[in-house]
Design a protein. Structure first.
Length: 135
């Protein structure tokens, strides 16, 4: 099973959409979107990337929206897992469904000055450390 999806340095990438149930079989995976200057939106379907230990969105200066389906980046209660939201200057919306980000243990959110809508109904049940700045 595929454990990691890293999209790094895609100069022309504008949209990422992942369907339902993708990258859902492997435990301990990684999802990263880093240094994609034209990326504007991310949408991940229900049941995708359920058991990742790291989800990172970094240095995405045009990103305005992240929409996560049910169980996305849920993680497992006994595993260490983290969410990184870093240098997302235009991000306005972060939205998830039930169980999204539920078992994340660490959150780093820095450089999100325009975030105005954050809807995560059952996120961060197990969070132990949060680092926030300019968010």
């Amino acid at each position: 099973f595929v454990r990691e999806l890293r999209l790094v340095g895609f100069e022309r990438l504008e949209k990422v959409e992942v369907g339902d149930g993708c990258f859902s079989q492997a435990s301990g995976g990684v999802f990263e979107l880093v240094n994609c200057p034209r990326l504007r939106s991310v949408r991940i379907g229900d049941g995708s990337f359920v058991k990742v230990v790291r989800a990172a969105f970094e240095n995405l200066p045009a990103l305005t929206s992240i929409v996560l389906g049910k169980d996305v980046f849920m993680g497992e209660a006994e595993d260490a897992s983290c969410l990184v939201l870093k240098n997302l200057r235009e991000l306005r919306e972060l939205r998830g469904k039930m169980m999204t980000l539920r078992n994340v243990k660490e959150v780093e959110a820095t450089g999100l000055p325009r975030l105005s809508k954050c809807v995560l109904p059952t996120a961060f049940k197990c969070v132990r450390r949060v680092e926030m700045e300019d968010a």
